[in-house]
Write a protein that binds this ligand. Structure first.
Ligand code: TPW
Length: 566
């Protein structure tokens, strides 16, 4: 009789890839090395696109941006200890911004690490990750890999999204088990981010509050953009006539030139509103914690958030609406009979008049910047704005200080989820990772508008953009400084904020197209050409070193000690 066929075998690495594919993962962002290089190779051979970065922080930011754009967790893959640690900034930033991502990291041998005998890249990664992640898990047996991947993906995207850490020791990656048993250990998630409907009485309470308001206001946060509830949000805003303020990554949910936008009269809107509905926006530092004098001390808040414990985080919430934003907005539209809520004309006119006044006041500064030499931020940004106006499919990534504040206020968005920036944490270094993920996940052109210092945090990823030939145009607003570049230093060294670089030559080193622009016309011509070509490009915009302020719009957050610059 023929000898029995030996049972087919599998191992931890194969099970990770099978589990990711079973749950629809298409891209992995990472940096290879011991013990996960073969995992990346097998993923690539199995049809998952592996994007190899130069620093794990950028790969992790990319995974977070992928999560924001797709509502599926971006996957970041790191090596043990130092590689894992480098990824933590991205994991923490994802959790802070409520972007779904999973950082999968190899780790060293438990029996050596736990006795601190000094392993290769020894670290108790699970303990380190716990404080920065929405959740952190470790798989200790190959047969648990399917469970670990499923649990990590569901945890990352259900409820309030966030960053999840999954630790897989080298020994588990290399563990060999029976293939049939392995296949049986994998499972595909069912409805990993279920809708969470609001309580009808809570909806009616919110409607009554808004209907009785003299000066209602809606604040749209990035959670509203993430929720993809675009139609019901637009319908509710337009049917009630309530003015709205979009937070930076919510820009484009309604076009920024919408008649109900109070973005250019934000100070008045916050100070005067008597009922404020927060949709996927937290009353954190970006909204002055809801405190007077920025806000009306008698304002009453309606808050829409999937996290019940977000309510009363900063101010009493008179009408908490707990549920996923899509379900809540659908319920508000359904239960507020036509005309039940109608913003008083006087309030709408007051907002519109203030907006008109502020836009007129800004017009002269914009006009002067068009001809200023050396070029000002606003000269370059108006040129970028005009070219983007002809390229509505382009995504915008943005970071810096003045570069962030001035871009946010100069470049209006017309469609949702097309602006990604430093967000809640104000973290520098998101630029190239966000740009790469946006190009990979959408296939659309990306324009990354970068302060020169901000660009420096992830600039080496320009090589990645060139290696994968991604349609990313990086616009560096180069004022030769962290903030400004004109500070003199008392000794021979350059001042702490002084920088100097020809970034256009840098991309040439990696095979991309570099431009150096000293006027708005040169900026416009270079950007038009680069977008038409659809290849990696960088435009180094030479900006007046005296332009801008330290820390941009948040200079007041600097300590006011004896050494504070007056
Ligand atoms: C990870 C991290 N490290 C440092 C900082 C602190 C910071 C906030 S903004 C910024 C860069 C400002 O210079 P830039 O040239 O980009 O901008 P501009 O004013 O337009 O010239 C830094 C270093 C933050 N937020 N995150």
């Amino acid at each position: 009789e023929g000898a029995e066929e030996p049972a087919a075998l599998t191992d931890g690495i194969h099970l990770v890839v099978d589990a990711l594919k079973l749950n629809g993962v298409e891209n992995i962002y990472g940096v290879v090395g011991i013990p996960i290089t073969d995992l990346a190779r097998l993923a690539q051979a199995s049809g998952i696109r592996y994007i190899g970065f130069r620093h794990e922080s950028d790969a992790a930011h990319a995974a977070a941006a992928a999560g924001f754009l797709t509502q599926r967790p971006g996957i970041c893959l790191t090596v043990s200890a130092p590689g894992f640690l480098n990824g933590l900034v991205g994991l923490a930033n994802a959790t802070t911004n409520c972007f779904p991502m999973v950082q999968i990291s190899g780790s060293s041998e438990r029996h050596i690490v736990d006795l601190q005998r000094g392993d290769y890249e020894e670290m108790d990664q699970l303990s380190a990750a716990k404080q920065f992640a929405k959740a952190a898990f470790r798989v200790s047996r190959a047969e648990d890999i399917g469970r670990g991947i499923a649990r990590s993906i569901r945890t990352a995207i259900s409820g309030r999204p966030g960053g999840v850490y999954l630790d897989i020791p080298a020994a588990v990656l290399g563990e060999i088990i029976d293939a049939e048993k392995g296949a049986a250990s994998l499972w595909e998630l069912v409805d990993p981010a279920p809708r969470q409907l609001p309580e009808p009485a809570a909806v009616d309470r919110a409607i009554d509050l808004l209907a009785g308001a003299e000066r209602p206001l809606i604040v749209l946060g990035k959670g509203a953009a993430y929720a993809r509830a675009d139609e019901s949000i637009r319908e509710f805003v337009e049917s009630t006539g309530i003015p709205y303020v979009p937070m930076s990554m919510a820009k484009g949910l309604l076009p920024d030139d919408h008649p109900q936008s109070a973005a250019t009269s934000r100070s008045l809107a916050l100070k005067r509103a008597d009922v404020v509905m927060l949709v996927g926006a937290r009353l954190n530092w970006l909204l002055g914690h809801g405190d007077a004098p920025q806000w009306n001390p008698n304002a009453r808040f309606v808050q829409v958030d999937i996290a019940a414990n977000e309510m009363d985080s900063n101010q009493p919430i008179a009408a908490p609406l707990v549920g996923d934003i899509g379900s809540v907005m659908d319920a508000l539209v359904e239960r507020s009979k036509p005309g039940r809520i109608s913003a008083p004309a006087q309030w709408r006119e007051e907002i519109a008049a203030k907006s008109e006044q502020n836009v007129a006041r800004m017009a002269k500064r914009l006009q002067d910047a068009k001809t200023a030499h050396p070029m000002k931020f606003l000269g370059a940004l108006q040129a970028v704005r005009d070219v983007l106006g002809d390229n509505p499919r382009a995504y915008v990534v943005n970071e810096g200080a003045n570069a962030l504040d001035l871009t946010r206020n100069t470049i209006g968005m017309k469609v949702p989820r097309h602006r990604l920036d430093s967000g809640t944490w104000g973290v520098m270094g998101i630029g190239m990772g966000y740009a790469i993920a946006t190009a990979v996940e959408t296939g659309e052109p990306v324009v990354a508008i970068e302060g020169d210092s901000a660009f420096g945090f992830s600039g080496m990823e320009i090589e990645v953009i060139c290696r994968y030939n991604l349609p990313v145009v990086t616009v560096v607003l180069n004022n030769s400084g962290v903030y400004r570049g004109d500070e003199a230093s008392p000794n021979g060294d350059p001042a702490p904020t002084y920088l100097r670089a020809r970034h256009d030559l840098m991309i040439e080193a990696f095979g991309g197209k570099g431009y150096r622009a000293t006027t708005p016309d040169e900026v416009a011509a270079a950007l038009r050409e680069a977008l038409a070509a659809g290849v990696p490009a960088l435009i180094d915009c030479v900006i007046d070193p005296a332009d801008g302020t330290e820390s941009g719009n948040i200079s007041h957050l600097n300590p006011k000690g004896l050494t504070a610059k007056r």
